[in-house]
Design a protein around this ligand. Structure first.
Ligand code: MN
Length: 195
């Protein structure tokens, strides 16, 4: 099998400051995500999934293999959606139209998304995804779950595991979620929606 590799960040560790500090990036990407990659590569031999893609593993596996693969997929989508300034701070075109259709306005969407993240009990992820018809939904997923397990296409995600924000925001998860809009690069989200 070809081992999975730690994704390379498309920006420097301090590029997202002050929203996410370099210290958080270094621990979150360099320690937490790196550990999930190492764990998955250790668990795969003998599992029958040695040649499977990450997406296939997330949809088929169970237990530790599923948890580590899910966390790799989730973090790859998470880290790739941010950009150092300046970023395109709002959706345009078909994605903007779909957000307006589903939530009323971009501001109403952001409020609903933040609320879903703030009220997710324990560790997990809040997601914006598209269904087969391109209709948008917000879902709360616990632990390492990903919307592809429900047949949805994941577009945007906020990580609400404490390791994502505790160094910078301690217990102030809602404040962290509100700040993340400053660094979301909507060109990335649009590409995912149109793919
Ligand atoms: Mn995380």
């Amino acid at each position: 099998m070809t081992p999975f590799e730690l994704m390379t960040l498309p920006y420097s560790a301090d590029a997202l400051e002050p929203v996410i500090s370099a210290s958080t990036i270094n621990v979150h990407h360099g320690k937490h995500l790196a550990a999930y990659v190492k764990n998955l590569n250790t668990l795969l031999p003998g599992s029958g999934l040695e040649e499977a893609s990450l997406e296939e593993i997330v949809c088929k596996a169970e237990g530790g293999i599923l948890n580590n693969a899910g966390q790799i997929m989730n973090h790859n989508l998470y880290f790739q959606q941010f950009g150092g300034k300046p970023v395109q701070q709002a959706p345009t075109g078909p994605l903007k139209a779909a957000i307006t259709a589903a939530f009323g306005s971009f501001d109403a969407f952001k409020e609903a998304f933040q609320k879903a993240g703030a009220t997710l009990f324990g560790s997990g992820w809040v997601w914006l995804s598209a269904d087969k018809e391109g209709k948008l939904v917000i879902t709360q997923e616990t632990n390492a779950a990903n919307p592809i397990q429900k047949g949805l296409k994941p577009l945007l995600t906020f990580d609400v595991w404490e390791h994502a924000y505790y160094l910078d925001y301690q217990n102030r998860r809602p404040e962290h979620l509100a700040a993340l809009w400053q660094i979301v690069d909507w060109t990335v989200i649009e590409q995912r929606y149109l793919a």
